[in-house]
Design a protein around this ligand. Sequence first.
Ligand code: 6GU
Length: 398
Amino acid sequence: MRLDYVSIFPDFFAPLALSLPGKAAASGLLDVRVHDLRTWTHDRHRTVDDSPYGGGAGMVMRPEPWGEAFDALLPDRPAPPGESRPTVVFTTPSGERFDQRLAEELASRDHLVFACGRYEGIDQRVVDHARERAEVREISLGDYVLNGGEVAALAITEAVVRLLPGFMGNAASLVEESHAESGLLEYPVYTKPPQWRGHEVPAVLRSGDHAKIAAWRHEQAVRRTAERRPDLLTPSVLDDGTPIVRAAPGDAGELLTLQRACWVQEALANDMLDIPALHESLDDVRTWLGEWDTWVVRRAGRLVGAVRGRREPGTDGEDGDLWDIGRIMVAPDLQGSGLGRALLEHIQAVAPAGVTSYVLFTGAASVRNQQMYKKAGFRLRRDLPAPPGAVVLTKRRR
Ligand code: 6GU
């Protein structure tokens, strides 16, 4: 992954050389470049700001140096097929809120350019111009104001880079780390000694009873979340407030209709008439409804979306650590509305504790689906077996 930083205070990025990203850069995983915006000024005072049109307090960053910075850092030709366009991240308190989901999205990119504003902001035309040449995100860390976007860019970098495969030994260290995906805050953790300054490690953690420990941790996580972040406990709803609810047996008929509509589309896109889901009967749908955790969305009484998830049995017949996601279906007139993405988010969130990875399949030629899955942090796994005409994607749970 290539990372560029443009700022009038390039010294802010010195920590990148010593921290974990520094090590990743040394190993070749990251290509990190820091730039002084004033490189692209031409006057004696190396001016980057001026007073705002329309009046008001403070100064605004002039567009010309930014334009030249983009000329230097962004390719002037469209991305070759299979390679993503660069993403320009403007760090600004008026941006969208940064969170783990956005970190995952940025981690899937090949090239991030951080444009760090100072003063009252950057001339809006810089953002509009960048949109013509790259994917653009305006991102804020939260509802408070920093003097500039440099510290925010560092925070975003750390959250993104640790998600890259091959980073910090990766694998196991990330898996157990956070309950973020279950929508709960982390439970409290303890280590030796068992007694310290009059405080004791809870006895259950020393009992060796793994089921009891898991239950205690879950209860603690729920309690903490209710106290500190009650907003996280609200049930899954779409942006407009429409709830995502568990499917009922009576939904089988409508599910079959939706499935036919969606899988005819899949069949045409992949030039494959023998996709099994296309040929299921009402009884087939009734049967899988009993075996899968299935969720649906209703709008004006009509079933417009669905998704199902199921735990893959482990090798020993016990519950496995893999959550199999499938049948993400959106009514044709609502495709592209974000409903599929919301369903995908939801089915990950409801996976039971103990699940450590998600897996899903889609048509090899279903480009739009694959794009959505990649945006959600899934990775194409050509190394894993897939049914004929399909591809498999996986994602680690956090
Ligand atoms: Cl990204 N920039 C600035 N200047 N202030 C912020 C921020 C960003 N996020 C929160 N406050």
